[in-house]
Ligand binder design. Structure first.
Ligand SMILES: [Ca+2]
Ligand SMILES: [Ca+2]
Length: 334
C-alpha cells in the first residue's frame, strides 16, 4: 500500500496468478475476467475479420470490373457509330476532292459512292431500334439486336412475338401437377395457368381431394389460402391472401389469383401483365416516362435532351404531350 493505492509487484520475470475453481469468477469491477476472450480467440477473431474484409474487397473489385465492362460495351457501341460517321465524312470529302474528269476518277467516285451508301445502311441498321413498335405481346420483353429483335416470353406464351398460347392443360395433363380425378381442364386465356372443373364430390385447385375437412387446408384452399369450416359439416370457406380471391364455384372455393388487369390499372398504351398474386405494367408509351401506371411527358426540348430541330440556324423546339415538333425554318432555309 502506498498513499492509499494498492500495488501488486512481482519480481523480474515472475508471475502474479489468481486462480479459482470451476464455475467461479475473477471479477474486475462487474466484469468476469474469465468470460473475456483469450489471446488465441482474439487472434482467431482478427483473422476472421481480416478474411471478411478481403472478401468485401474482392466483391468490390468484381462489381467495379462489371461496371467497367458495362460502361466499356456502351462506349464501344458509341465509338463504333462515331467512327463509321467519320469514315462517311472522309469518303464524302474524297468524292468531292476527286470531282475532276477522267475515267479512273469517275470509277473511283462510283466506288466511293457505293461504299458511302453501304455505310449509311450499316449505321441505320445499328441505330434502328426494332423494339420501338413493341412487337412482343402478352408481357414479352423485347431485346433490340442489329437489324432484328428477340422476345423473351412469359412461360405461358411462345412463338416469335409471344403470341402463341402454351397449352398448359396438355403440358401438365398426365402429371400430378395437372387436373386430377377426371376433372375438365381449360387454359386460363391470356393469364398464366389452367382451371380445373371438378367432378361432383372433388375439391381443390386441381380437384385432387374428396374431403371437405379443414385438416386438408392446403389441398382445399391452396398455398395462398386458409380453410375455415362452413355452416354445414361438409362445407368450408377459404380466406385468401392479398392478391388472391376465393373461386366463385361454391362447392370448390379454392383461392385463385386476382386478375388485376381487368380493372385496367396501367396508363393507356402501357401493357398490363397479370402475375400470380399481383400484376405489373410494361414501360410507358414512346415519348412518355414513368412506372407504367403513371406516365408523364418527356420534354424533348429541354437543353440537355436530344431533338432534331436545327441548332444552326436556330429553330424553335415545341414540346407536346408524348412528342415534340420543330418551329418553321427561318428565311431561305427549308
Ligand atoms: Ca394477379
Ligand atoms: Ca414531349
Amino acid at each position: 500500500m502506498v498513499d492509499g493505492n494498492m500495488y501488486f509487484h512481482a519480481g523480474k520475470s515472475k508471475n502474479i496468478t489468481f486462480r479459482v475453481s470451476d464455475g467461479a469468477s475473477i471479477l474486475f469491477g462487474k466484469t468476469d475476467i474469465l468470460s473475456l476472450p483469450n489471446s488465441t480467440q482474439i487472434s482467431d477473431l482478427q483473422n476472421l475479420i481480416k478474411k471478411h474484409i478481403q472478401n468485401v474487397d474482392a466483391w468490390n473489385t468484381m462489381f467495379s470490373t462489371l461496371q467497367t465492362q458495362i460502361y466499356d460495351s456502351k462506349t464501344e457501341a458509341t465509338h463504333m457509330v462515331n467512327e463509321i460517321k467519320l469514315i462517311k465524312q472522309n469518303i464524302t470529302a474524297l468524292i468531292k476532292a476527286r470531282k475532276g474528269s477522267g475515267r479512273t476518277n469517275a470509277r473511283l467516285r462510283k466506288l466511293l459512292t457505293m461504299v458511302n451508301e453501304n455505310i449509311v445502311k450499316v449505321v441505320k441498321m445499328i441505330q434502328t431500334d426494332e423494339c420501338q413498335q413493341n412487337p412482343c405481346q402478352n408481357g414479352g420483353t423485347c431485346i433490340d439486336l442489329v437489324s432484328k429483335y428477340q422476345c423473351l416470353c412469359p412461360s405461358h406464351f411462345g412463338g416469335k412475338n409471344c403470341d402463341e398460347r402454351v397449352d398448359e392443360c396438355e403440358l401438365y395433363g398426365k402429371t400430378h401437377l395437372g387436373c386430377q380425378n377426371n376433372a375438365t381442364c381449360s387454359n386460363n386465356g391470356i393469364l398464366p395457368g389452367f382451371i380445373c372443373h371438378c367432378q361432383k364430390g372433388f375439391h381443390g385447385r386441381r380437384c385432387q381431394i374428396k374431403s371437405t375437412s379443414c385438416d386438408y387446408s392446403l389441398d382445399l384452399c391452396g398455398e395462398h389460402g386458409h380453410c375455415m369450416p362452413g355452416s354445414s359439416s361438409d362445407s368450408y370457406k377459404c380466406l385468401c391472401e392479398f392478391g388472391y380471391i376465393s373461386d366463385d364455384d361454391p362447392s370448390n372455393p379454392t383461392c385463385i389469383d386476382v386478375n388485376e388487369c381487368a380493372e385496367k390499372p396501367c396508363h393507356p398504351g402501357a401493357e398490363c401483365i397479370n402475375l400470380p398474386g399481383g400484376f405489373k405494367c410494361s414501360s410507358c408509351p414512346i415519348g412518355l416516362q414513368g412506372n407504367g401506371i403513371n406516365c408523364f411527358d418527356i420534354d424533348e426540348c429541354r437543353e440537355e435532351m436530344s431533338n432534331d430541330c436545327s441548332k444552326n440556324p436556330k429553330v424553335q423546339c415545341l414540346n407536346t404531350w408524348g412528342s415534340y415538333h420543330c418551329g418553321p425554318c427561318p428565311g431561305k432555309y427549308k
